[in-house]
Design a protein around this ligand. Structure first.
Ligand code: SF4
Length: 413
């Protein structure tokens, strides 16, 4: 998995060192702080080695400042080459992304991939390859037809009692298989007027009891903006729960600050739907961020996209699910990869997903088994899939197969 390790050249690039000052210590040591200060001051051994090599004049405070991470995120091939030796397939893809999902990688996430080979699962998440430029006939830019279900800008109202509210198009990292690659990373920002119209839509639809705030990644917005959005949603009497869909604890865990948590706490019941794809994403920093959220009463769920060569085998998936439970994140959905343009190299068969669920159910804790779903092309919504456990079903009885393959009968009368 870690083949073709390369060290890459060290950086001495002053222009990148936003937030540096002369008192910043070159080669600062790894620092661990007590649990109640986490994650603001946490720098793991891995991050520390990366900082020493590539940001030698940067303070740990700067590294742990999420705005520094955003300002210094890697968006061009020239920047990326400073950290990592690129393959021809990667170079060709990055040079031809015009109009497509852009590339963006936080320095934190770069610290997870800078010594990896071309096929490393985390690297494939964020660095495009040339296959991404190929589109097949089944693929569509908006495969879930979200535009058709959007009554006002930013709102997708597909299911009866809940809406998706895409509050930003920005993410700190762009995942190469993103379902919303047709809209994320684009300049089409929501203005105040759009937000007000979205609030008004939710307010005028009394059946909406659940609002999923997503994007892009909502936690790339600043605290004031988040407070504005959440307070307006919470002021609507019939909204029972708010969910935030985010990948931030995985790609920029330092965003989970005390201030952010104090803001979010005001809007309980508030759930966080996180997005993980591989066990190596669960670092000390990520674990600290999730623990902090869990300590503050936010139920945490994880959504995982089934991805070829990244997590499409039982042992990787089981390890991911176990690690999630260890950081108090409950596996929620396993998604069949959506039919977005240039995603064929990521897609597995549906049969593979069923095989993975079959390899989990019964063999590990029920909490570690997500629901496998296909989000139906054309906007049909999420459809859950199970391996064949029903062998026969009559008026008298149902014949079932258990996880060991043993047949069992249950009477219907
Ligand atoms: S974080 Fe979510 S919205 Fe952003 S690119 Fe990844 S999958 Fe898409």
């Amino acid at each position: 998995m870690n083949a073709n390790i390369n060290e890459g050249p060290a950086l001495h690039c002053e222009s990148r060192l936003v937030g540096c000052s002369s008192d910043e210590e070159p080669g600062a040591k790894t620092m661990f702080f007590s649990q109640n200060e986490i994650p603001i001051k946490l720098v793991s051994t891995r991050s520390s080695a990366f900082i020493q090599r590539y940001f030698p004049l940067t303070t740990l405070d700067s590294w742990n400042d999420w705005k520094w991470q955003l300002r210094n995120s890697i968006t061009s091939i020239d920047e990326l080459k400073k950290f990592i030796k690129l393959s021809q397939k990667e170079i060709m893809a990055i040079n031809n992304l015009k109009g497509r999902l852009p590339m963006r990688i936080t320095p934190y996430f770069a610290s997870l991939i800078y010594r990896t080979g071309y096929s490393h699962p985390l690297r494939r998440n964020v660095i495009p390859v040339v296959e991404e430029l190929l589109q097949n006939q089944n693929e569509q830019s908006d495969p879930l037809h979200e535009k058709a279900f959007s009554p006002v800008k930013g709102i997708v109202h597909r299911y009866p009692d809940r809406v998706l509210f895409t509050v930003t198009q920005v993410c700190s990292n762009y995942c190469r298989y993103c379902t919303r690659s047709h809209s994320v990373g684009k300049l089409d920002k929501l203005g105040r007027n759009d937000y007000e119209k979205a609030f008004a839509y939710i307010e005028s639809h009394k059946e909406i009891r659940d609002v999923l705030v997503s994007g892009g990644d909502p936690l790339t917005l600043n605290d004031e903006m988040l407070e504005y959005i959440l307070s307006n949603i919470r002021a609507i009497k019939h909204v029972e729960i708010i969910r935030i869909g985010t990948r931030i604890p995985v790609v920029m865990p330092m965003r989970i600050t005390d201030n952010l948590v104090n803001i979010l706490r005001k809007y309980h019941p508030l759930y966080l739907s996180l997005h993980f794809s591989h066990p190596e994403e669960i670092t000390e920093e990520c674990a600290a961020a999730c623990n902090k959220l869990a300590d503050n009463g936010f139920p945490l769920g994880s959504q995982t996209v089934l991805l070829k060569g990244i997590n499409d085998n039982i042992s990787v998936m089981k390890e991911l699910m176990h690690k999630l439970l260890m950081i108090r994140v409950r596996p929620y959905y396993l998604y069949q990869c959506d039919l977005i343009p240039g995603s064929s190299h990521f897609r597995t068969t549906v049969r593979k997903g069923l095989e993975i669920i079959k390899g989990l159910r019964g063999f590990t804790s029920g909490y570690a088994v997500p629901t496998f779903v296909v989000d139906a092309p054309g906007g049909g919504g999420k459809i859950p899939l199970l391996p064949d456990y029903i062998i026969e079903h009559t008026k008298e009885k149902i014949v079932l197969r258990n996880y060991k393959g043993v047949l069992c009968e249950y009477p219907e009368k």
